[in-house]
Ligand binder design. Structure first.
Ligand code: NAD
Length: 482
């Protein structure tokens, strides 16, 4: 067993008592990369008890400025290990090294900075109500939080949860994905280096079973989960026992609407990039391009050209190429979706099934664009989590909104038009948690999350923090007594 894979419980590094281990293969070479110990019942019970004890030892009474000290230290610790994180994330999940440096690590730092700003601007925990100074609202830490994260943006998703729980005043047990264990360990090392009181932050290496043990533990008061819709459903059921708070950030199938009056060249370039980013392994990937009939042929031609220009290569090599998918399961799932779509009548205008030319091993996928797709095909409805762009057409605004809203998901939607009132109406009528118009990035601290099968609740900024707090109304105390 690799000795660096330790749990961090009550301020100590603990050698796992794991009954089982998971073998991980390198996404590029398919060689054995490491064996990951998976935490069992004893480890989970110990970690949750440690978090509970830390609450009682006084963490619950800390104020925002005390907690901000630790957040600033965490940002500095991650920043100091910026390139080490990039290398480890790249090794863990196969994203190219330059992408990890420029995006994977920086996204995490941006979210943590977003929490700093949110707390400085809106983070009061005691807010007077307009009914008079004796009527107030207090935001109080909910208790022990269980934080479960996926592998695709491994540091970013950890930062979103840990930063928020820390600012809310919770204690926590983090269980990141078993598929990206090194990222989790390095993050836990950063947390340990902040000097937080023992037990405020606990870290377990484990898999789905560890996650289940954590989410069913009665001492856990809040569960924050990012991952598949399938696992989210069972976690929501677990949270119902004891009526525990649950935040779920799940899958997506986000439409990108191209209206005839958009800047086609820019919309195509950005649209393809937004689908292929991180080899398509992003929950908010713009994987369903909806194009107004009159520009369909032009858009398809341009998309094919842009997609053909994408290069695939080793995650270890510098450059802007695309890396492999994380593992065999994802590789096979993406291959099946492409092949099934073709069998049902879809046409590939770029890419297609199989590995790219020159690759005989590794989980490399050809960046693929599918047209002549019908809305009932799996590739048009399901999250692919690979570099596969599906194009459908629409007749007018009503038809575009109808097609966008047909999805079971509601994470994000993208709108490309030069007509402000069309953009405004589409943004209002599309049922999704996040809308981006004409390639505008989300603001730092903006709420992140979705509707329908994309989950419950929001992360990031003040919304992320409030997800870990109870709201208490108090009447009858004067300001000086609070
Ligand atoms: P996954 O659901 O298999 O695993 C996610 C995490 O949950 C892992 O840590 C895993 O060990 C744990 N887990 C799995 N089953 C569990 C259970 N029943 N109880 C408790 N824990 C459990 O997902 P994944 O394959 O790691 O991640 C990919 C998915 O995550 C995609 O569907 C993607 O869209 C989604 N995702 C969503 C967002 C968002 O913000 N909406 C962001 C990133 C990824």
């Amino acid at each position: 067993m690799d000795m660096e894979f330790c749990h961090y419980i009550d301020g100590c590094w603990i050698t796992p008592k794991a009954a089982s281990t998971l073998e991980l293969l390198d996404p590029e070479t398919e060689h054995v990369r490491c064996h990951v110990p998976l935490a069992g019942a004893e480890d989970v019970a110990q970690a949750v008890a440690s978090a509970q004890k830390a609450l009682e030892r006084g963490w619950l009474e800390t104020n925002v400025s005390e907690r901000l000290v630790y957040l600033h230290r965490l940002i500095a610790e991650i920043d100091n290990r910026h390139d080490q994180f990039a290398k480890i994330i790249s090794d863990d999940m196969g994203a190219p090294i330059d992408f990890c440096k420029a995006h994977q690590v920086d996204a995490a730092l941006a979210h943590l900075q977003g929490f700093v700003e949110a707390m400085q601007m809106q983070g009061e925990t005691d807010v007077p109500l307009s009914a008079g100074p004796m009527h107030r609202v207090r935001y109080e830490a909910i208790g022990v939080a269980a934080l479960i994260t996926p592998w695709n943006w491994p540091l970013n998703q950890i930062a979103l949860k840990v930063g928020a729980a820390l600012m809310a005043g919770c204690t926590m047990v983090l269980k990141p994905s078993e598929l990206t264990p090194q990222t989790g360990v390095l993050f836990a090392q950063c947390m340990a280096a902040t000097g937080l009181p023992a037990g405020v932050f606990n870290f377990l290496i484990g898999g789905a079973e560890t996650g289940q043990l954590l989410t069913t533990n009665a001492q856990v008061s809040a569960i924050s989960f990012t991952g598949s819709t399938r696992a989210g459903q069972s976690i929501a059921a677990a949270a119902a026992v004891g009526f525990r708070r649950v935040t779920l950030e799940l899958g997506g199938k986000s439409p990108n609407l191209l209206f005839a009056d958009c800047d086609i060249e820019t919309a195509v370039r950005q649209g393809v990039a937004h689908c292929f980013r991180n080899a398509g392994q992003s929950c908010n990937a713009a994987s369903l391009m909806l194009v107004e009939d009159s520009i369909l042929d032009n858009v398809v031609n341009q998309v094919a050209k842009v997609a053909d220009s994408y290069r695939v290569g080793s995650p270890r090599k510098p450059g802007s190429h695309m890396g492999p998918l994380i593992n065999q399961t994802q590789f096979e799932r993406v291959q099946t979706l492409i092949k099934d779509a073709i069998q049902q009548g879809a046409r590939c205008v770029s890419g297609g099934p199989g590995r790219p030319d020159g690759f005989n091993s590794g989980y490399f996928v050809r960046p693929t664009v599918l047209v002549d797709v019908t809305p009932d095909m799996a590739v048009a409805r399901e999250e692919v989590f690979g570099p596969v762009l599906t194009i459908l057409s629409f007749r007018n605004l009503d038809d575009a909104v109808l097609k966008a809203n047909q999805s079971a998901y509601g994470l994000a939607a993208y709108i490309q038009t030069s007509n402000a009132s069309v953009a405004n109406e589409a943004a209002r009528r599309i049922n999704a948690g996040m809308i981006q118009v004409n390639g505008t990035s989300r603001a730092q601290g903006a709420p992140f999350g979705g509707t329908k099968s994309s989950g419950i609740g929001r992360e990031a900024g003040i919304w992320g923090v409030r997800a870990f707090q109870e709201v208490k109304s108090i009447s009858g105390l004067s300001a000086t007594e609070v």
